[in-house]
Design a protein around this ligand. Structure first.
Ligand code: NAP
Length: 326
């Protein structure tokens, strides 16, 4: 008897160009919305799903796997996979794939935009203009901080961190970094200098966080770290919200322990409109748009779909996170 084609469930509307290859290797079912699928619908859909194409908004944990007896591959459309319990997937012999590389340059662009935005008070200035409070030009009005020739400290100099460091060369910045290991390529090609975390915090004018979120990096930046930063320095988080202790950051910004912060990611997400951080002019917040360009989101969707197509055709998925189950 012929086997039914495997069910592929996609948790968000995606470009047809990315989905097309999936139509030939299974029965495709797509949550046709820009809103996240509810947990209830997701669990119900997973009863007969073999391949899941998911977003960072979906929590993939033991409870979900209990509802997904046929699941064999999860293709997360993100490079970070802190929304996924990887050991649980591995225990269930399910492959996890992510989308490294294809979003590197776009996320580095946004990271630089955050640095420029907070240093030159772009959000604050725009709010003033819209409110009819255009500040009269005057030598001391709306002064910001220079990025050029400043010291940039990157915590997590991997793919995106290196792309940020490359942009920093054009601004004549001195670049320090801290990883657990050394990134020799970035040292040789981009002139980055590895330093201890405390040195990075105390010497940088811009501290940029680009580590993955995990048990080791949750609240990596809290009161002690913020206190080590210069009073004139800025913190930029373009990685994941919980890496920075939100309450500690609020207190540090309110009390001018540091000059400002720019966040693409927050804890929680979405950040409620009445969150105290949003009362501060020295805090710039954008809604997790690091990889949000048309071309990059299409590349991410395409790579996620390619991982599923390869797996279902018996080939090795291009970017597995837990290759040991293959
Ligand atoms: P990557 O190439 O794996 O780089 C991560 C870097 O962090 C590595 O160099 C790693 O070096 C370092 N690292 C890991 N744990 C560390 C620790 N405990 N202390 C210090 N350094 C540590 O990843 P990527 O592609 O650049 O992406 C980085 C992260 O950015 C992702 O995990 C994701 O969460 C986030 N991201 C956010 C957006 C957005 O929309 N805002 C978009 C894309 C990615 P060692 O292993 O040597 O420590």
């Amino acid at each position: 008897m012929a086997q039914d084609p495997p069910k592929i469930y996609v948790t968000r509307q995606l470009p047809e160009a990315a989905l097309a290859p999936l139509r030939t290797c299974g029965t495709l079912s797509v949550w046709e919305s820009e809103q996240a699928v509810s947990r209830e619908t997701l669990l119900s859909e997973l009863r007969d799903t073999v391949a899941l194409l998911s977003m960072v908004t979906e929590r993939i944990d033991d409870d979900l796997l209990d509802h997904a007896p046929q699941l064999r591959i999860v293709a997360n459309m993100a490079v970070g996979y802190d929304n996924v319990d990887v050991p649980a997937l591995t225990r269930h012999n399910i492959v996890l794939t992510n989308t490294p590389g294809v979003l590197t340059e776009t996320t580095a662009d946004l990271t630089f935009a955050l640095m420029l935005g907070i240093a030159r008070r772009i959000g604050e200035g725009e709010r003033r203009v819209r409110a009819g409070q255009w500040p009269v030009w005057s030598p001391f009005v709306f002064l910001g901080t220079d990025i050029h020739h400043a010291t940039l400290g990157i915590i997590g100099l991997g793919r995106i961190g290196a792309a940020v460091a490359r942009r920093a060369q054009g601004f004549d910045m001195r670049v320090l970094y801290h990883n657990r290991g050394r990134n020799k390529e970035a040292e040789e090609q981009l002139g980055c200098t590895w330093v201890e975390m405390d040195t990075l915090l105390s010497e940088s004018d811009f501290v940029v966080v680009l580590v993955p979120l995990g048990p080791e990096t949750r609240q990596l930046i809290s009161t002690p770290q913020l206190k080590k930063m210069k009073q004139t320095a800025f913190l930029v988080n373009a990685a994941r919200g919980p890496i920075v202790d939100a309450q500690a950051l609020y207190a540090a910004l309110r009390d001018k322990v540091i000059a400002g912060a720019a966040l693409d990611v927050t804890d929680p997400e979405p950040l409620p409109a009445d969150d105290l951080l949003l009362t501060l002019d020295n805090c710039l917040v954008v809604p997790h748009v690091g990889s949000a360009s048309i071309a990059t989101r299409t590349r991410m969707a395409t790579l996620a779909a390619e991982n599923i197509a390869a797996f279902l055709s018996g080939r090795r998925p291009p970017t597995p996170v837990n290759p040991e189950v293959l």
